[in-house]
Every structure is written in structure tokens, then in C-alpha cells.
Design a protein around this ligand. Structure first.
Ligand code: EPZ
Length: 425
């Protein structure tokens, strides 16, 4: 298992290119299932989860090929696919559930393994199932698989008015994709407003889908008979950008994040500005300047759905609060077990007390390097940020978690002056 070896204490300077968003690329790869025509995605990030999704689509019979330096992948989902997503692949990546809606919409049937839980929470998919059933699908769960089909005599999903019990990102995406080929109108109330949902909708519209209201809590879709191919550039990854903002804020320095979208990170930027970090939108990206974590003011925050403070940025910002002056409270409202980075940060010298969904961080810690273990994707990023500041050597173990969602993070950090290297064992 690979490890990252970090020698802390160096400020970060220079320019870093932000990759395409993992959480847009994954649903957009599944959207290719909605047509037999070629779909070209560009700016696809080079991530383990993208490779897993390609394997999943390949397993169904989707032809795909990479091309060009611009992270291009083309897909052709011809008519003779096997609409199945096996446990062996789904268990390694929950986003595989995003194949369910497109397969059902295009082929009228799908067999998709239940994803099972993951480190940060039980993460059920009941809302995905409820929404598709409202559109006429018959879905049973047998031997750990969701078996979905249309009732006899029904050749297509039917439009429906669906209000999910809570805001769900991939739930909204699954239902959005299914609705594009349903008969009649579908209205998704309580829809997720994340930029990745909006980017997916824009891709579907290029394919001929009739969608309005994406980016708001109410999305309406008029079903069409078929969709055609398209070329779509994956939106920049706001969570990768936010992670680099926190890294520079923590180490101190001055960096330009090329392609980063400041308008997708308002809640995080507001907290960084209050902490004393300078963040400015500039032509083609975002600039961040910081005196270093110890000279910042810790900020309390609570995670909520977009446009609120993103849960995917909670661990990274907590690492900043560990260093900054003052006591702060971090409240995680989305997932029930997303504080696993806390014990590892404490090994580096952080002072954090957890009470249920709330963590209280005593700032001003002088971190010292240690061996720490990554437990999930964003926790890994938080440990790297802390290691960039801790005195001495920090060894981050199990960084396969990091590789799921960050495109060569150590190369990008080294490009900004960090002393960091990958140890492949
Ligand atoms: C997406 O996960 C992201 N993944 C997650 O990013 C992100 O943390 C999450 O949205 C929240 O923003 C992708 O987009 C591939 P949810 P998703 O459905 O869709 C509950 C990362 O680090 N829920 O919005 O699985 C659920 O348990 C990853 O990149 C149900 O109860 O999250 C959670 O408490 C981690 N039933 C809440 O809703 C359902 O059917 C929000 O989950 C669906 C969700």
C-alpha cells in the first residue's frame, strides 16, 4: 500500500491546475448509457474512481477509449448491453448506483448491487428506489441486488412528481437521468443544487434532454423519446480547489489555482476570509494568500447541502482550525460518522473533543510529525494538510483513499514547493 511522506514547514507558492470534478465525471459517465451515440467527455480527472466507473461500464459492454492530453474519454453504449452492476465493483465505489436510473430509462431493466455502507456512514439508497418506483419501476431487493424492471405492458418510465425525504446528490442525479427518457413530465422537488448536479443537467440538455430549474430545489424534466451524443467538458472540481485553498491557508504562501471556480465555493471562501486568508477570483482561476495557519483566526461552521458549507470540505477546514488561534466548533449535519480524521489529527498534536455531530477544536496547536492512517477520502486530505505544517516527518498510510478522489495530489503539492513524496511499497 502506498504512503505519502511529508516534511512539514514549507510555505506553498506558484500555480496549480485544478482537475475536472470527480462528482460530476462519475454521473456524466453514466449518462452515456442514455444513448447509443458516441459521448465525448473532456477534462475527466485521472482518479481511481473514474477507472472503476470505466470498468463498470466496460463490464456492461460499453466501449470506451481515452484520447488526447485533455483527459478525454469517449463512450459508446450500443443497444446490446448487459444492464448489470456487480457487487465486486459496486462495493468499491458507491457511485456505481448512478447506473440504475439510466439503465432503467434506456433498457427498461437493471440489476445493480446495493452499495453497502462505507466508512462515513450507512448511506442508504432508499430515496433512489422510492423515486424510480414513483416513475413506475418495479424494484425488488434480492441477494443484495436491486432488481429493477418495468411492469408488463409498460415500455417506458412515466413522469412523476417526486419529493425526496432529504436532499440527496446522487439521488437527484439518478432520478434526473431516468426522467430524461420517461413519458411526460417529472418534477423533482427538494432537489440537490450542487454544481455537479447542474453540470450533469447541462450535459443532458446537450444530449437533447428538456430540463429546467437545475441548480434550484425544483427541477422539471419533459421526457423525450431518445437522446443523442454530445461533447461535454467536466466542470472544475470545487472540492479539490477548496482543499488547495486550505493547504495554502495552513502552510502560508501565495498560489494561483487555475480553472478553480470561486462562484462554486462561496461558503468556504467566506470562512477563509473571516479567518484572515486572502482569496480573490482572477481571470482563469482563483488566487489565495495566507500568513500561515498560526496567524489565522479559527472559524466555527456547520456542514449543510449546497450552497451551504460542503461536508466534503469539513475535514480539510478542521485541519486549519487546529492551527488557527481560538476555539471553534465544527458541526457535521450530513453524515453520521465523518470525524474519523479527528483521532489521526490528535496523533499529530491536535486538541479536538467530539460530542456526537459536534467537534470542538482548541486552536494554536504546535503539530509534530507522526505516522497517521487515512480512513476515507477527505480525511486523507486533512492529514496531508496537517503534515504540510507539522514539524518533522509525517507518514500518511493507506493513501489509496486519497487516490480515489485526488488527481496526483503529491505532484501538485510538490509543484507548489511542498516536501512530499509517494512511497510505493
Ligand atoms: C454525494 O454522495 C457525493 N458523492 C459525496 O462525496 C458527498 O459527500 C455527498 O453527496 C454530500 O454532498 C458523489 O457525488 C459521487 P447524499 P451521496 O445522497 O449522493 C442520506 C466525496 O468525498 N441518504 O447527498 O451518496 C445519506 O445517508 C463523496 O467526494 C439517504 O438516507 O450523498 C446522507 O446522510 C463522499 N437515503 C444524506 O442523505 C438515500 O437514498 C446525503 O447523502 C440517499 C441519501
Amino acid at each position: 500500500m502506498d504512503k505519502l511522506l511529508v516534511h512539514g514547514g514549507r510555505p506553498l507558492h506558484g500555480e496549480v491546475v485544478i482537475s475536472g470534478a470527480k462528482n460530476a465525471a462519475l454521473p456524466e459517465m453514466c449518462a452515456a448509457l442514455l444513448t447509443a451515440e458516441p459521448v465525448h467527455l473532456i477534462n475527466v480527472p485521472r482518479l481511481h474512481d473514474v477507472r472503476t466507473m470505466r470498468k463498470l461500464l466496460d463490464n456492461m459492454g460499453v466501449a470506451s477509449e481515452t484520447h488526447g492530453e485533455r483527459g478525454g474519454i469517449s463512450f459508446v453504449a450500443h443497444d446490446a448491453l448487459s444492464p448489470e452492476a456487480p457487487y465486486e465493483l459496486v462495493k468499491t465505489m458507491r457511485a456505481s448506483v448512478l447506473a440504475l436510473g439510466p439503465l432503467l430509462a434506456r433498457f427498461g431493466e437493471a440489476t445493480v448491487s446495493l452499495p453497502g455502507g462505507c466508512a462515513i456512514g450507512s448511506r442508504p439508497v432508499d430515496q433512489h428506489i422510492k423515486g424510480l418506483q414513483a416513475m413506475g419501476a418495479q424494484i425488488t431487493v434480492e441477494h443484495g441486488y436491486m432488481i429493477a424492471k418495468l411492469p408488463p405492458g409498460q415500455s417506458r418510465l412515466r413522469g412523476a412528481r417526486i419529493s425526496t425525504d432529504m436532499i440527496t446528490v446522487t439521488g437527484t442525479e439518478n432520478l434526473l437521468m431516468a426522467a430524461t427518457l420517461a413519458e411526460g413530465e417529472t418534477v423533482l422537488q427538494n432537489a440537490a443544487q450542487e454544481p455537479e448536479v447542474t453540470d450533469l443537467a447541462e450535459m443532458l440538455i446537450k444530449m437533447g434532454a428538456k430540463i429546467e430549474g437545475h441548480g434550484t430545489s425544483r427541477i422539471s424534466i419533459q421526457g423525450v423519446d431518445r437522446l443523442h451524443g454530445c461533447t461535454h467538458q467536466v466542470v472544475a472540481d470545487r472540492i479539490e480547489a477548496g482543499t488547495f485553498l486550505c493547504a495554502v491557508a495552513a502552510t502560508g504562501g501565495d498560489a494561483f489555482l487555475r480553472h478553480a471556480r470561486a462562484d462554486h465555493l462561496d461558503a468556504v471562501i467566506d470562512k477563509l476570509l473571516e479567518a484572515g486568508v486572502q482569496v480573490t477570483a482572477e481571470d482563469g482561476g482563483m488566487r489565495v494568500r495566507s500568513p500561515g495557519g498560526a496567524l489565522l483566526k479559527a472559524q466555527s461552521f456547520r456542514t449543510t447541502e449546497y450552497p451551504g458549507f460542503p461536508t466534503d470540505m469539513q475535514a480539510q477546514f478542521m485541519a486549519l482550525n487546529v492551527l488557527a488561534q481560538g476555539t471553534s466548533t465544527v458541526t457535521e449535519t450530513i453524515f453520521e460518522n465523518r470525524f474519523m480524521h479527528v483521532n489521526e489529527l490528535s496523533r499529530l498534536g491536535a486538541h479536538i473533543a467530539i460530542d456526537g455531530r459536534e467537534a470542538t477544536v482548541t486552536g494554536g496547536a504546535q503539530l509534530s510529525g507522526a505516522t497517521v492512517m487515512a480512513t476515507d477520502l477527505r480525511a486523507s486530505a486533512s492529514l496531508v494538510i496537517a503534515g504540510l505544517v507539522a514539524s518533522g516527518e509525517t507518514l500518511v498510510d493507506r493513501i489509496y483513499h486519497l487516490d480515489r478522489g485526488y488527481d496526483r495530489m503529491e505532484d501538485k503539492l510538490r509543484g507548489l514547493g511542498a516536501d512530499i513524496e509517494r512511497l510505493s511499497t
